[in-house]
Each structure stands twice: as structure tokens, then as C-alpha cells.
Design a protein around this ligand. Structure first.
Ligand SMILES: Nc1ncnc2c1ncn2[C@@H]1O[C@H](COP(=O)(O)OP(=O)(O)OP(=O)(O)O)[C@@H](O)[C@H]1O
Ligand SMILES: [Mg+2]
Length: 477
């Protein structure tokens, strides 16, 4: 599929660290965080005028789902806009805490594991055509998803080393270590409709958020949340290219693995990329061998079919450099572009200056602080400001994305929401539907996510005397 709709959902970790007074549980902290949202929208589950969805699900992980984007730069700007919106809510929560007499700090982390060892996710959404044989596409994509973590993982320290996994050695038990991925240890199977208990790589629940006759949504749930924009670009961009090859039946080796959970853990904990795991046909392959095959196939495919997105040459180049870095152990060519390498460089520098190792509490703290979304305190953000993390979109584009939807169906939704709010109309929206609660005749479906204009919505806006939606800024900024 040449054109595609993308979306990223991110669950954030929340914590409150008291100075003196008693602690605040994550659920209460999340409630305080969402106070301005509830005051302004009377709900903890809202679609914003930038087309995104901001919500607090069961449990206490605030979530931001980007608006549907048709290109990767819009997607990255939307993803980063989510961090900005939450950073702003965090500031306000801090004020509320002070008013309540609580002396302490609230934190939001864009990572995937909390201190109690619970995992939470970052989900990627890729629109695909219904006519493609879904089960086959899923089966063929899984080996790529298992091994791509060596390029796009967010990196994680393990103070007591990796847990031993079956008979497969993945590092030395008890010895502090570093892995490519945050999330790999928490995924149990290839594909299923489950999201929590036996968490799969791909969620196969059939909810296309589009015309179900024409489309499906590939819902990848095993990825790490990325701080680095270039890592997100590689993660989504390389997966898009592999999906294109599979959709076009471009010849790719069959790397179906024997045991998904084992393969994921072996790959994540082996920084050489060379540890082999068993495939379904009884042969053994390493992550590097498999990724080299995907990359060389991608080059051939792009030579034949052309670059379909402006960033494809960069994506292929970063993909190549990431594999070379893993192969040689020299990370200097990627250590401003790939999350795990940016993080590892920082941690290793601290260890070289005297920290005792990956189990040192200061190193543990740095590992966590890398994901702190506060613009001035978060370690990744501080590195980025110092020019040590490359970006894809400008700070202005990110700020704009907190208010302006991408040029897709999200634009229709965003204008509808802004206009209905300005006119004081009660409304109900989801990814597909737009409704005015008190005018049941206005009950619209937008089943084509590529469509950025709707005559019906335009008429409605006219009726609400909002031919152009007013410039809007989030009421909680
Ligand atoms: N047609 C589409 N194809 C691909 N992605 C889409 C499409 N429509 C919307 N999306 C994206 O899918 C994501 C949906 O997020 P949401 O959190 O609502 O997830 P969900 O999987 O539907 O439900 P939940 O998280 O509540 O289980 C968003 O990032 C959105 O941009
Ligand atoms: Mg979701």
C-alpha cells in the first residue's frame, strides 16, 4: 500500500515522590493530573482539536493516541505533541499538589516498565487493505518485529542480570546487564486478541477505525516507547517498508520462529546480535542475520519500486548504520539517533567516571530519568537540547501539532470539535463518528481516514457560524 495511515498510542508511567508527607498512589496522582481535562471537558476520555485522543483508562496509565497521520513527520510531531500536552498537565498538577499541601514531585515517564516490574505499552497502528491475506501478513511480519528491537529498542538496565529463560542462555544470571528493549521480556506470543494476560506482538482484534470492507488495522503492541524522534522514524518507517514488501508479495525468506517469547528475550539481551534462536523449520538464525536480509531486500524493493516517502533514504541509511553498530560494537555512528545507544553512551560514561555498574543506584536513576518527559529535567530532553540527540521535526512543528491536526480525517474531527466547543454544543466523537448530542440529524461517519474535507461537516460548521474554526489552544495550556 503506497499510502498508509499511521497512529501511535503511548501509555505513560506516573509517579509521585513525596518530600515528607505521605505518598500518593498512582491512581490519585493520575486523577490530579487529569483535573484540568475534567474541568474543561467533563471527562477523562477526550478527543482534542488536534485530532488526538487523551485518556485515562482503567488502571493509572495516562494515554495519548496520536491523530491518524498519512506521513511520518506528521506522526512524529503528533507523538511529541502528546509529551508536550502531558508536560503541561504535569506543571498544573504540581501547582494543585502545592495547593493541597503536598510537598513532593510528580513525574511522567515515557517508558514501558515500572519499578514494580509491570509493563505498559506503546502501540503502533498501520492501516492495511482488507484484501491482503491478514493471517499470512501477520505471520510474516512477526520475525521482523522480534528482531527490529536491535535497532529501535529504548534500552534497559537489569541490576541483577536477565532472568534465565528456559535452556537458552541470555547473559549471565546475577550479573548486571543492559538490553536493547524495555518491552521484550513481557511479550509472550505472536498474535492474538489479548492485550494483557498473554500479551502478543500483534493484537488481532478486528477494529479498523475505517471502512471495514476496504481496510484493516495492523495493531503492533510489542514496541518500546521511544524518546528519540529518529528512532521512531526508523521504527515506523522500516516496518512500513516491510509491510509494503509483504503486501506486494516481494520474495522474503521465511523466518517463522519456533518460540516467540524465547526469541524476543534472546534478541533483547544479546548486544552482539549474533545469538541464534530456533526457527520453526529447525534451523537457527540470529537477529543480525535476519535484519541484514530484511535490509538488503528493502534496498532491492526500493530500487524497483522507488522511494514512496521523503524519508526512505534516511531510514535505509540509519537501518544500515544500526546493524553495523551492533555488529562491530562501535556505536559512534548511531549514538545521537537510536534510543538504546544514546542511553548506553550516557550510562557507560558515568560508569567510566566511577559508578559501579548497571546496578549502581545512580545508573538506575539515570535509566529512568532518560524517559522523564519534563522538558527541563528529563535526561533525554536535556541531551537533545545540548545537541546530543538528533531530531526530525522542529520544536515549532511540535507545538503546532498540539493544536493543529494532520491533513487526514483528523482535520475534519478537529474542526468539528473546535467549532462545537466554540458554539457551546454538546458532542460525541470517536475515530469514525461525529455527533451533536442535541441535533440527532448531525450524526456523521468518516470512514475514509485519508479524507480531510467533508461537505457535511462544512455545512455544519456554517450552521454553527464557524466557517473557519477559531485558532485554538488547549484550554489547559
Ligand atoms: N484507519 C486507521 N488505520 C490505522 N490507524 C488508525 C486508523 N484510525 C485511527 N488510527 C489510529 O489508531 C489509534 C487508536 O488509538 P486508541 O487508543 O483509540 O486504540 P484502540 O486500539 O482502538 O483502543 P484501546 O486502546 O482503547 O484498546 C490512534 O493512534 C489512531 O491514530
Ligand atoms: Mg489505546
Amino acid at each position: 500500500m503506497e499510502r498508509r495511515i499511521f497512529g501511535i498510542e503511548t501509555e505513560y508511567g506516573i509517579s509521585y515522590v513525596p518530600d515528607q508527607l505521605g505518598p500518593l498512589g498512582p491512581e490519585e496522582a493520575a486523577r490530579i493530573l487529569f483535573k484540568p481535562v475534567v474541568e474543561s471537558w467533563r471527562s477523562t476520555n477526550v478527543f482534542l482539536p488536534n485530532g488526538s485522543r487523551l485518556y485515562l483508562d482503567v488502571g493509572s496509565h495516562p494515554e495519548y493516541a496520536t491523530a491518524e497521520s498519512a506521513n511520518l513527520r506528521d506522526l512524529i510531531a503528533q507523538d511529541k505533541a502528546g509529551e508536550m500536552l502531558f508536560a503541561d498537565l504535569l506543571n498544573q498538577a504540581q501547582d494543585t499538589l502545592e495547593e493541597l499541601g503536598q510537598q513532593g514531585r510528580m513525574y511522567l515517564f515515557k517508558n514501558n516498565v515500572d519499578s514494580a516490574g509491570n509493563s505498559f505499552g506503546s502501540h503502533e497502528n498501520f492501516m492495511i487493505e482488507r484484501k491482503v491475506e491478514f493471517a499470512k501478513l501477520v505471520r510474516s511480519l512477526i520475525p521482523f518485529l522480534i528482531t527490529r528491537q536491535i535497532m529501535v529498542g529504548a534500552g534497559k538496565t537489569h541490576p541483577t542480570g536477565p532472568e534465565q529463560w528456559g535452556s537458552t542462555p541470555v547473559g549471565v544470571a546475577g550479573e548486571p546487564s543492559f538490553s536493547f528493549s524495555q518491552r521484550a521480556d513481557y511479550i509472550w506470543e505472536g498474535a492474538s486478541t489479548a492485550t494483557t494476560r498473554s500479551r502478543p506482538l500483534i493484537n488481532t482484534r478486528d477494529e479498523p477505525h475505517a471502512d471495514a470492507q476496504l481496510y484493516r488495522r495492523m495493531h503492533v503492541i510489542n514496541g518500546d516507547s521511544n524518546m528519540s524522534q529518529t528512532t521512531t522514524l526508523l521504527k515506523i518507517g522500516a516496518t512500513d517498508i516491510v509491510l509494503r514488501m509483504l503486501e506486494d508479495h516481494f520474495p522474503l525468506a521465511n523466518f517463522e520462529v519456533k518460540d516467540t517469547a524465547t526469541a524476543l528475550r534472546v534478541v533483547s539481551h544479546d548486544l552482539t546480535g549474533t545469538a541464534r534462536f530456533e526457527l520453526a523449520d529447525g534451523s537457527f538464525k540470529s537477529a543480525l542475520e535476519m535484519q541484514r536480509h530484511y535490509l538488503s531486500s528493502a534496498h532491492k524493493y526500493i530500487e524497483q519500486h522507488g522511494t514512496h516517502r521523503e524519508d526512505v533514504p534516511y531510514i535505509l541509511d540509519l537501518w544500515k548504520r544500526a546493524l553495523q553498530a551492533v555488529e562491530t560494537g562501535d556505536y559512534s555512528a548511531i549514538d545521537t539517533e537510536i534510543d538504546w545507544a544514546i542511553k548506553k553512551k550516557l550510562l557507560d560514561a558515568y560508569i567510566a567516571r566511577g559508578a559501579s555498574g548497571y546496578d549502581d543506584p545512580r545508573i538506575q536513576q539515570l535509566d529512568l530519568s532518560y524517559h522523564d518527559i519534563d522538558p527541563d529535567r528529563g535526561v533525554f530532553n536535556v541531551l537533545a537540547k545540548a545537541g546530543r540527540a538528533r531530531s526530525v521535526v522542529s520544536a515549532e512543528a511540535i507545538e503546532q501539532a498540539t493544536m493543529v491536526p494532520p491533513n487526514t480525517r483528523a482535520k475534519i474531527r478537529g474542526r468539528f470539535i473546535a467549532a462545537a466547543r466554540a458554539a457551546g454544543e454538546q458532542f460525541t466523537v470517536d475515530w469514525v463518528h461525529l455527533r451533536l448530542n442535541n441535533k440527532p440529524q448531525f450524526n456523521l461517519q468518516c470512514k475514509d481516514p485519508f479524507e480531510s474535507h467533508s461537505d457535511e461537516v462544512q455545512m455544519l460548521l456554517n450552521a454553527m457560524r464557524q466557517t473557519t474554526a477559531e485558532p485554538w489552544s488547549p484550554p489547559f495550556i
